[in-house]
Write a protein that binds this ligand. Structure first.
Ligand code: OGA
Ligand code: MN
Length: 298
């Protein structure tokens, strides 16, 4: 028997059953997962028992993995292998992090609508987030379909955005949650990068908005006008009809296409509840401007 694809929404989110991600997938099953992924953009795999290695092994079937996010941890020893981002509020011993822990501050940025690693020259193709321990209240993850958001823009807006490039920086989004103190090293490691405002998803030819909270400036546009446009697009792109809220169960693996979705975590009492998640991140093939064949302005 092959995998089961159970749509949750018509074109955006599906649950995948009859599959065990801890072992090698049969080629036909992997193909079926990929077909579903390109159609939907958010896939939920309930009831998976995954070690760090098994999680990474499944993720690596989609492309090269991001390693060592290199920001936010300060000088604490990592809890996980370098290819896994620690999306938890516990330390190495499994105790709740202190209220003012730097990792927690950094993770506050996850509450903003964003897409993973668009502040890197080669951004993330997809992310695979696995839940060990979930908060009993809150701590959901919301996803917004940016293909649907693009499709519903007025024609004149589509024309205004065609070929446009935005500047993305991790510091743009972190400043929005009051995190402004970074080491010299960090500032040097993460210079602003260009990304397309609208990108095309090669597997299905659909166009998608690509304007997360890392975007802070639009090239060849006065700064104020660019900021206003980014605000306007964000408001459009995150309207309720484009948004799905995932309520986590333990052992859910959720994967999303970072090229055509925005996501954000919702709040929870992180001084009371443990929420222990780990994320594998698969790199895209190139910068979005390069993929679109658009020359990056100096
Ligand atoms: C992430 C992320 C949100 C959440 O892992 O990339 O943004 O709900 N997570 O934990
Ligand atoms: Mn994220």
């Amino acid at each position: 028997m092959g995998i089961t694809v159970a749509p949750i929404t018509e074109n955006f989110v599906a649950e995948i059953g009859d599959v065990d991600l801890s072992g090698q997938l049969a080629p036909a099953d992997l193909t079926a997962v990929k077909d579903a992924f390109w159609k939907y953009a958010v896939l939920i795999f309930p009831g998976q028992q995954l070690s760090q290695d098994q999680h990474l092994q499944f993720a690596s079937q989609f492309g090269p993995l991001e390693s060592g996010t290199g920001i936010g941890r300060g000088n604490k020893p990592p809890r996980l292998r370098p290819e896994l981002a620690d999306v938890s509020n516990v330390d190495q011993q499994g105790a709740l992090l202190e209220r003012d822990d730097r990792l927690k501050k950094y993770q506050l940025g996850n509450r903003l609508w964003h897409t993973d690693a668009s502040f890197r020259p080669v951004p993330a193709l997809c992310s695979l987030l696995y839940a060990h321990t979930v908060a009993p209240i809150g701590g959901h993850t919301e996803f917004a379909d940016q293909r649907a958001a693009y499709d519903t823009l007025p024609e004149e807006m589509k024309e205004r955005l065609a070929g446009r490039i935005a500047e993305h920086s991790i510091f743009t989004s972190r400043a929005q949650v009051g995190m402004t103190e970074f080491e010299e090293e960090e500032l040097k490691d993460f210079p602003p990068v260009p990304q397309m405002v609208v990108r095309t998803i090669p597997e299905n030819g659909r166009k998608s908005l690509y304007v997360p909270s890392h975007a802070g400036r639009i090239f060849d546009m006065p700064e104020a006008e660019g900021l206003a446009l980014i605000d306007q697009l964000m408001e459009h792109a995150t309207q309720r009809q484009f948004v799905f809220t995932h309520r986590w169960r333990e052992n859910d693996l959720v994967m999303w296409d970072n090229r055509c979705t925005l996501h954000r975590g919702t709040g929870y009492d992180d001084t009371r509840w443990k929420r222990i998640m780990q994320r594998a991140t698969v790199l895209d093939v190139a910068n979005s401007c390069e993929q679109e064949g658009v020359r990056v302005p100096a």
